[in-house]
Design a protein around this ligand. Structure first.
Ligand code: GUN
Ligand code: ZN
Length: 439
């Protein structure tokens, strides 16, 4: 049995700070994480754990660092790595001008593999250890995604985009074939290693009613399978959905009609929702992915976290690259803070933010028994943040009087430079430099 020991300041969540306040997090100013065979065996104060340890066992010590559960990105598009930061469009023209042409290249496995390799490297250097990604309509894009995720031993959700209308010929799939292709990929990858399949109707406008029905059927037919899509991101999109599905009560109602809401269904954005929609999201256990850098960059609108919380909707943070502008969940939290400031001065605390990037996301994705915290038995995926990553961060943190203030400065000022190391299943898979000490 392999034992791995890490020492440093540790924070993780056991509940939602919106409901439990300060009692929602656990903080060890000088803590130890004891990992056995890739899973958390014990996490506690160093003073308590040190006397119980196997003698002279090597320990990785991170002074001036903060150890958190690895970040979880609940909605991202790995094939869009190469169009991040493309200028000047809103959703529907952005899709046609940049997104669809870049996604066309993923019929070629070697291209898909090369982009996926870059994507996972970016995730790890940003401390992201789990993610839910769209692939493209080409099955090869899914194969490459899962092959790379498996090689990194990462817990991920991914799926073939289903889109049989309102897209260029080169990207559109065939309705019945999209079902068969998705089913074959589910059989091949779902719940193998740490991989999960997500049925992926791109969004209601690019699927015929028949394809929407088939996507719902897949979601219902295969136990444990996810469903990921977009809802109510942009006002022109909402108007278009109303024209395409005139009998639906709302955009969200289209997904409900086709059996696509429920536990393990993840809807990105959810900006232009009404109260009935929010009640349906909560009642069905459907999660919302909050994608603030994307929502600002594509000019979509301001997410209403308070309304989601009042209804009891599970909300997870997400980068939505390439609509989003950063792979960093720290930068995503900073953007989330700004968005919420602009939306009736909602005050997004650092505790709320880090919860939604770790345990909150794990709960939203029905994975909280496996990832998102340092509770005994969870998989030991973690990120080590450096309090001295930049001169500005180091200086600002010296004047912080509390953990809340330090976390807040980290989320506003931090980015990939703040990530000193990333660990997956108790193994270090990324180290920014050699600042950690063995003792
Ligand atoms: N809606 C449909 N497809 C997409 C996409 O690729 N990105 C975003 N942000 N919204 C979408
Ligand atoms: Zn998206």
């Amino acid at each position: 049995m392999s034992n791995t020991l890490l020492r440093g300041e540790i924070v993780y969540f056991i509940d939602d700070p919106a409901q439990k306040g300060e009692a929602a997090h656990i903080h060890h100013a000088d803590g130890i994480i004891w990992i056995k065979d890739g899973k958390i065996h014990q996490c506690g104060d160093a003073a308590t754990i040190l006397p119980t340890l196997p003698s002279n066992h090597p320990m990785t010590h991170y002074p001036h660092h903060l150890i958190l559960p690895g970040f979880i990105d609940a909605h991202v598009h790995y094939p869009q790595c190469d169009i991040i930061a493309s200028h000047g469009e809103q959703l529907l023209t952005w899709l046609n001008k940049y997104t669809f042409p870049t996604e066309a290249k993923f019929t070629d496995y070697s291209h898909a593999e090369q982009v996926a390799a870059f994507f996972f490297t970016q995730a790890l250097r940003n401390g992201t250890t789990s993610l839910a990604s769209f692939c493209t309509s080409a099955p090869a894009s899914v194969t490459a995604f899962f092959d790379l995720a498996q090689s990194h031993n990462m817990r991920v959700i991914g799926g073939k985009v289903m889109m049989d209308r309102h897209a260029p010929d080169y990207l559109r799939d065939e309705t019945e074939q999209s079902y068969d292709d998705s089913a074959a990929l589910i059989e091949k990858y779902h719940e193998k290693w740490r991989l999960h399949y997500g049925v992926t109707p791109r969004f209601a406008p690019t699927s015929t009613p028949r394809q929407m029905q088939l996507a719902g059927k897949l979601f219902q037919a295969y136990p444990g399978v996810y469903l990921q899509s977009h809802v109510a991101e942009n006002l022109d999109e909402v108007t278009w959905v109303r024209e395409l599905y005139p009998t639906a009560r709302s955009y969200l109602d289209v997904y409900e009609e086709y059996g696509q809401l429920g536990r393990r269904s993840i809807m990105a954005h959810g900006i232009w929702l009404d109260e009935t929609d929010r009640a349906r999201l909560a009642a069905t256990g459907t999660a919302l992915a909050f994608c603030p850098t994307s929502n600002m960059f594509i000019g979509s609108g301001l997410f209403d976290l308070k309304a989601a919380q009042q209804h009891g909707i599970q909300v997870a943070m997400a980068t939505d690259v390439g609509g989003g502008t950063s792979f960093s969940l720290l930068q995503t939290l900073a953007a989330g803070y700004n968005v919420l400031q602009l939306n009736n001065h909602q005050s997004f605390t650092a505790f709320q933010g880090f919860y939604q990037a770790t345990l909150g996301a794990a709960r939203a994705l029905a994975l909280a028994d496996k990832i998102g915290s340092f509770t005994t038995g969870c998989e030991a995926d973690l990120v080590v943040l450096d309090y001295q990553a930049t001169p500005l961060l180091e200086r600002r943190l010296q004047t912080c009087a509390s953990l809340a203030e330090r976390l807040f400065a980290l989320m506003i000022l931090g980015d990939d430079r703040a990530v000193a190391a990333t660990w997956i299943m108790g193994r270090q898979v990324y180290a920014r430099d050699i600042s950690c000490l063995e003792n």
